[in-house]
Design a protein around this ligand. Sequence first.
Ligand code: SAM
Length: 278
Amino acid sequence: MEEIKTILLKHGFSFKKQFGQNFLTDANLLDAIVRDGGVGADTTVLEIGAGAGALTRALSKAAKRVVALEIDKTLQPVLAETLAGCENTEVIFRDFLKADLPALERELGAYRVVANLPYYVTTPVLTRFLEEAELCEGVTVMVQEEVAERFTAQAGTPAYGAVTAAIALKGEAVITRRVPRTMFLPRPNVDSAVVRIDFEEGRIPVASAAAYRAAVRCAFLSRRKTLENNLMSAFRIPRERAKALLSEAGIADMVRGETLPPEVLARLADVLHAAGIV
Ligand code: SAM
């Protein structure tokens, strides 16, 4: 779609690296991302980072309603042009990380997130949906390929980390497509991938989501240390107590946190919670 380039040029737009501005223009790819996101005629979509509006426009065609947040106000004239006629679509010029998510959710009702995320804030943006959102049904996001590998990693592999375990509480992360760097304007230094996470309430049952997050933080506190040692430093407890808690959770003494799948971290979280530690 040459059109986007022309519109950007016409409005004298200059790309801002600090906002992670790498735009998509290929119509087939945009439609494929909309399909990956499970967007249909009944779906309300929240997009983070409208950019020049190419994905916003593709979403608008398929969805019931689209609300897009965009931090960069200089995109206003560009978006006015690219989204002309998209009656079901609204752009709010605001930093998503500072936005009032509960208020936004009251406005939206149940919604799905579809976004080509600004790479410098991928994890904080995703974390807001994992930890704060109440009406989000799922998230489909373009991220750096390496980050996508982390989101979908198996326990015990080098890519498995705190973010993988945090995602697992809400849903299974699946890579739906890989996207080469050549598809972006301007071209970034890395390839990307689209990851879809459908949120399933109670997927991994835990007594407290906050306790699960604390257990995950503890497990990955120091990757080279045993979980026992991490428990001692994270919660300032003596070795004997740490051993007893691990044994109650059915976890071997010398294990490293990074080898534990989310279900086992959930067991640890429940034990820590019942013991009043988290
Ligand atoms: N959706 C467009 C596309 O696919 O072509 C643009 C994607 S671009 C990778 C990311 C967009 O997010 C940029 O337009 C950037 O200005 C915007 N952005 C960056 N940080 C943001 C934030 N904290 N809140 C809202 N938008 C943000």
